[in-house]
Write a protein that binds this ligand. Structure first.
Ligand SMILES: [Zn+2]
Length: 411
């Protein structure tokens, strides 16, 4: 099955097939007036227009739009019940975290609702959110559990992720995040909860084979370095790959731990230390940055992206989509924030939202750039040039999303 995608005004792609650092991070391949030949869902060739007479089975007209690799979102909490718009409204009026928690807000409210929700209800809501993210240009996802904080509900969330994998023609990687928080019933006995995570949850998740990664919220007042190390090493022993929520609120040393345990990524990193940066760079751990979270929490503190880029770190971007600290479906908004708040260039932000994000999920051989042999995971944008993706901000420019050469969304 050969398909020709024709009338592409501007085609852009990361230069690299695996990940982009240093000067390559600042570059993109830019082609003008080209077609793409797709063979069985895989990119075959970029052809200058007018394209020669080709024997193809179908033609997709890009109508003089910009075409680029579909976004990869490597950090989402997509499966949950309930939303927290009232808490948001309190927060923008200056109420403190403690005041909000007293009124029943915070992560525990999502945990409570997710525990109570049936699997069908969770699946229905997750489907709606995933569809909206696809409409905003994402065709590859990472999704975490972490709103169950008991074995039954963590497994329920992971089953929903499994059903999403079967329901949508996109790539999805699942992450077990049982150590997202200490649940209220174990607030005074964290040791017992860690025991449950290690000896009950991890084996159950392993047995069912429904998560590729294990993640943890390594933070002061949640899981400290020693506790995180214990859980992560156990997960690694059982064959999970590792990710971390690290150094989001304090410079605890989560980045150094990520390098030590050989994690695939450490995420947030707002307060990362210089030694943490060096440690992660030396071990090729991906720096996943979530500027939407700082923005949504009204913080002026962002991860030090420019410094990390100068040291050769692999930087990726993500929405952190969740009902508490970052309720956005839009990677386009995140790219804009990465430029305006963290000082990335447009080209760096695009590399971070495509190839580097794909690398953090071990999917760079399939997606994240336009190279021969990769899946034709593409988005069409109704803008005059790729720079309008950031310049014309707060707007959804996506008109078409292709996964493996098949149209999965069209406006
Ligand atoms: Zn998160």
């Amino acid at each position: 099955m050969r398909i020709l995608i024709k009338n592409i005004k501007q085609l852009i792609s990361p230069v690299n097939e695996d990940y982009a650092i240093f000067s390559d991070f600042k570059r993109l391949n830019v082609y003008h007036n080209v077609s793409i030949l797709v063979n069985n869902g895989v990119i075959d060739e970029i052809v200058n227009e007018p394209a020669p007479e080709l024997d193809v089975d179908g033609v997709i007209n890009a109508k003089n739009q910009v075409v680029m690799p579909a976004f990869v979102d490597p950090h989402t909490h997509l499966v949950f019940a309930g939303t927290r718009e009232d808490e948001f409204n309190m927060r923008i009026q200056g109420k403190t975290y403690m005041e909000i928690a007293k009124k029943g807000g915070g992560i525990n409210s999502t945990v409570k609702e997710t525990r109570q929700a049936g699997e069908e209800e969770l699946f229905f809501t997750a489907k709606k959110n995933m569809q909206k993210m696809i409409e905003h240009g994402v065709a590859t996802f990472e999704i975490k559990s972490g709103y169950g904080l008991n074995t039954e509900t963590e497994l329920k969330q992971l089953r929903v992720i499994e059903r999403l994998k079967q329901s949508f023609p996109v790539d999805i990687k699942a992450t077990f995040l049982g150590a997202h928080e200490v649940p209220p019933e174990y607030r005074n006995n964290k040791e017992k909860y860690i025991d449950i995570v290690i000896n009950e949850m991890l084996p159950a998740v392993k047995e069912q084979g429904i998560a590729e990664y294990c993640d943890i919220f390594c933070e002061e007042g949640v899981f400290n370095i020693e506790e995180s190390r214990r859980i992560l090493n156990k997960a690694k022993e059982m064959g999970f790959q590792l990710r971390l929520h690290a150094d989001e609120l304090t410079p605890l040393g989560g980045a150094e731990l990520a390098a030590e345990v050989g994690a695939k990524s450490a995420d947030h990193l707002v307060y990362i230390s210089d030694s943490g940066i060096d440690a992660m760079v030396s071990k090729n751990v991906v720096f996943i940055m979530l500027p939407g979270t700082s923005f949504f929490l009204m913080s002026e503190k962002y991860a030090p992206a420019k410094k990390i880029a100068e040291k050769g770190g692999i930087i990726a971007l993500s929405t952190d989509f969740n009902p508490g600290s970052s309720y956005t479906h839009s990677m386009q908004m995140i790219i804009t924030l990465a430029c305006l708040k963290m000082g990335l260039t447009i080209e760096q932000a695009i590399n971070a939202a495509t190839i580097n994000a794909a690398y953090s999920l071990d999917l760079h051989h399939k997606t994240g750039s336009i190279h021969k042999g990769k899946q034709a995971d593409l988005i069409f944008l109704n803008i005059p040039s790729y720079k309008f993706l950031v310049y014309n901000y707060g707007v959804n420019h996506i008109t078409t999303v292709l996964k493996k050469g098949i149209v999965i969304f069209q406006k």
